[in-house]
Design a protein around this ligand. Structure first.
Ligand SMILES: Cc1ncc(COP(=O)(O)O)c(C=O)c1O
Length: 469
């Protein structure tokens, strides 16, 4: 057998032989049904102990790639057969009107040395050991029997923990039955869109705004209408009267940053009530607030049950947890639960129970206190650096919450996509404001996240950016 084994390489001899055999199987030099040399013979050829070869064979037998036939030797097993080549492109196509294609996301791209990507919290702050312990305890025997299906709304324990926490921190007035635990904001938006939107319905979105919301509504056949944003948030008087739904980010307009002013909040609720418009209040990032008194949420101000409040643990904990929730008026409850059951049944009960403990026992509050201190320091470094190093070219949009800041170019002719592309080549990841624009009225600018930015890399990163912008 033609087997090249690098016995001088670092690592043990068993692993070297194991890897060489695996390579030979993968490359097809050893095919299904081929007989391997007896371990004694191969050991003699390689100049190693027989036991070393036998252990490597055993490892491959345990993985199902080799088969030991009693008294007849060791053979390459069926499982080792190469995966068949992909078939032809196919003749199935999405329905007419389906246009959205997946876009690259943060986890698929290399991490640049100066990381100002938007919407990413610092994963190193997350208490992984505590989380592992909580999930393991639930899997061993917790709030839900793992062999059975669960309620589409999510575990009552978690829904209760969420309403208590929201009542305290955001003044949200709700009962546990008003909550549906979701796989993040995106699923919450999907459920609301399923039950509210008919083909051709007008959905008003902020411009600039959150592209995944815009695309989601469009995927249900909505006519998505961009509405201007100014220093007080979405310009309510420009929302069309015939809108079925308005999507808004009142505590930290995404991505510009200002909160929706009190008078606009009142005007939006009045408009919604007058024209029977539904409002989705996306309260992302509100856990990271840098002022004392936040404005009341639309949900808390709403007297007519027109607001669906949406929140996420993607920023306060981790995006990979895929955990979020919606709080809906009772008139939508049954439909939303039905939509959830049709979409994916329900969420993962062990993770939900772990999250319930995490919220109810004060671990979330403790984690947020620590995270806030870190993000405050990073935010100040970003704001100070933008002012000192780029103040002649960029004007920061005032904001009071969140994990990013936005600054617009003083020269409206700047190509912000060009600046962001050149910056990335120089190891500085920032985002162009125009990437979030729907219509033509959005000025050029840069969006800088500081959630994932290593603190010491911030000022050098801004210096580098100043040489390019
Ligand atoms: C405006 C906005 N809402 C919500 C989210 C979070 O989405 P999810 O909960 O689906 O992770 C993000 C993430 O970047 C966001 O920018």
């Amino acid at each position: 057998m033609d087997l090249s084994v690098d016995l001088d390489a670092r690592g043990d001899r068993v692993s070297a032989i194991y890897r060489a055999l695996l390579d030979a199987i993968r490359a097809g030099r050893l095919g299904v049904g081929d007989r391997l040399p007896p371990s004694r013979a191969l050991a003699r050829d390689l100049g190693v102990a027989r036991n070393t070869v036998a252990t490597a064979y055993e490892r491959l037998v345990a993985e199902g790639l080799l088969e030991a036939r009693v008294g007849a030797g060791t053979y390459v097993a069926d499982l080792a057969a190469p995966v068949p080549a992909p078939r032809r492109a196919g003749s199935l196509h999405p329905r007419e009107g389906w246009t959205f294609r997946p876009v690259p996301v943060s986890g698929e791209r290399p991490v640049p040395p100066h990381d100002f990507r938007v919407g990413i919290p610092d994963a190193s702050l997350f208490p992984f050991d505590t989380w592992r312990r909580l999930v393991a305890a639930e899997l061993r025997g917790g709030a839900h029997s793992p062999g059975t299906y669960a309620h589409p709304a999510g575990l009552p324990l978690l829904r209760e923990a969420i309403v208590r926490s929201l009542a305290r921190s955001r003044g949200v007035a709700a009962a546990a039955d008003d909550v549906v635990v979701t796989h993040g904001t995106q699923q919450a938006l999907d459920l609301v869109a399923r039950v509210l939107i008919e083909r051709g319905d007008v959905v008003a979105v902020e411009d600039p705004g959150y592209p995944f919301a815009r695309e989601l509504f469009a995927s249900y056949g909505a006519r998505v209408v961009p509405v201007r944003v100014d220093a007080e948030g979405i310009v309510v008087e420009e929302i069309p009267d015939n809108a079925r739904l308005v999507f808004t980010t009142p505590s930290h307009q995404f991505p510009l940053g200002p909160p929706l002013s009190l008078s606009r909040r009142q005007a939006l609720l009045e408009l919604a009530n007058r024209h029977r418009i539904a409002i989705i209040e996306d309260d992302y990032d509100s856990e990271f607030r840098f002022t004392e008194r936040p404005l009341e949420t639309l949900q808390a101000m709403d007297r007519h049950g027109r607001v669906v409040y949406v929140g996420t643990f993607s920023k306060s904990l981790l995006p990979a947890l895929r955990a979020g929730y919606l709080v809906a008026p009772p008139s939508l409850r049954e439909a939303l639960l039905g939509a959830r059951q049709l979409a994916d049944g329900h969420g993962a009960p062990a993770e939900q129970a772990a999250l319930a403990r995490f919220v109810a026992d004060g671990m979330l509050a403790r984690h947020l206190r620590r995270a806030r201190a870190t993000y405050t320091e990073r935010r100040e470094l970003v704001l100070g650096g933008l002012d000192r190093l780029l103040g002649d070219r960029l004007e920061v949009v005032p904001s009071a919450a969140g994990l990013h800041v936005t600054a617009t170019f003083r020269d409206a002719g700047v190509d912000d996509v060009g600046v962001a592309t050149a910056a990335l080549r120089a190891g500085v990841a920032v985002e162009a404001l125009s990437a979030y624009a729907h219509g033509p009225g959005v000025p050029p600018g840069l969006v800088l996240g500081y959630g994932a930015a290593v603190t010491a890399s911030i000022t050098p990163g801004l210096r580098r950016l100043a040489r390019l912008a």
